[in-house]
Write a protein that binds this ligand. Sequence first.
Ligand code: ATP
Ligand code: MG
Length: 419
Amino acid sequence: MRQSSLFSTTRREAPRDETSRNAQLLIRAGFVHKELAGVYSFLPLGWRVLRNIMQIIREEMDAIGGQEVHLSALQSRSLWEQTDRWSDEEVDIWFKTSLNAGGEAGLAPTHEEPITAIMREHISSYRDLPQLPYQIQLKFRNELRARSGLMRGREFYMKDMYTFARTQQEHEELYERVKRAYFTIFQRIGIGDRTYLTFASGGIFSQYSHEFQTVAEVGEDTIYLDREKGIAVNKEVFTDAVLADLGLERERLEEVRAVEVGNIFSLGTRFSEALQCTFRDQDGTLKYPVMGCYGIGPNRLMGLVAELFSDDRGLVWPSSIAPFAVHLISLSTEASVQETAATIYRDLQSHGIEVLWDDRTEASVGEKLADADLIGIPVQIRVGPKSLAERRAEIVQRKGGTPQYVPIGELIPAVEALV
Ligand code: ATP
Ligand code: MG
């Protein structure tokens, strides 16, 4: 893409009412637009990042047998009344509206009810199980406090998978499978080394749920971490009894702030019973599938990465989710420079390397370099009259390190080694 045709622009100042660092950076870099507190629109660069995150999640869900679906965001009152989750006393973050034709509908804060109602119509025999439907869909939650930018939205994407198993044992196998896939996802996004399986409150059907908590100052959660064992306990269940149960010693635990990037739950038969989703087992008896649910927040991940990987000049994207692999920057409007840059641009594209080319003629060199640092594409190729005189271009990694002066003809392998 040519930057001269990109409609989004960078800005020096974020809106004054925006207090979170991730949203400030993302607004200044032109990745998102703030609609209202906790509600953001995604502009071309931001949407590319969010899509990259979603794609990693999608690939890992597909790899463990997930089947992608897309459930409606608008939900019927009667369905949620069957599980006692329509009333505002039970679920206090609903966005609800009355329908002109009469009755009420709500914007889904989660999707256990609709997926179970759908499965009820499609599974009948033990042969139909197990199933692992998932979606990447908007959720709506009327959160009281939305001060963490993309990390706590009132409208946000969630990848939610639901598993339907024949037995508790089969459920546990699926649960472990999804858990492993989650670690692969966080590894690929670049936060694997600071994300820990964390024991949290479980609900009715299991003692614990498992959170995936990423250690970060900006986190809203407090966890107690055993670095050696690689597991943590959320403050909400931090008691001597729980520590004993998990074989953890209080003295070895470190209290740290963390961001919950994912959460997985065993649901037992709470939803399948309430909504009468059954299957006939091999022995002829009618049973309820044992369910699990598994959430990850792409928006929260994007906000977190912006917080963790940024410096005083701007964003520093990991290459796996960066909006482009390479930022090509013409440092002069001289014809020879623009022509060489155009050749490099086409060459990168023909090698399948995604490139944003700053071909703008009105911006100064200083502005271009400042914008590139703010936008945070991991590899910059700078083409200017000086290096061009030696038939070279400069490769600079956004995260730092010594710049390389590479002969123009050797740029592709040099870039490929970095991305
Ligand atoms: P939290 O404890 O942070 O309020 P939750 O426990 O209600 O979140 P779940 O319902 O388990 O969250 O949602 C699954 C995942 O969706 C979370 O792990 C998180 O990554 C993401 N998520 C939840 N709420 C939000 C939100 N308001 N904005 C962005 N992402 C969210
Ligand atoms: Mg939670």
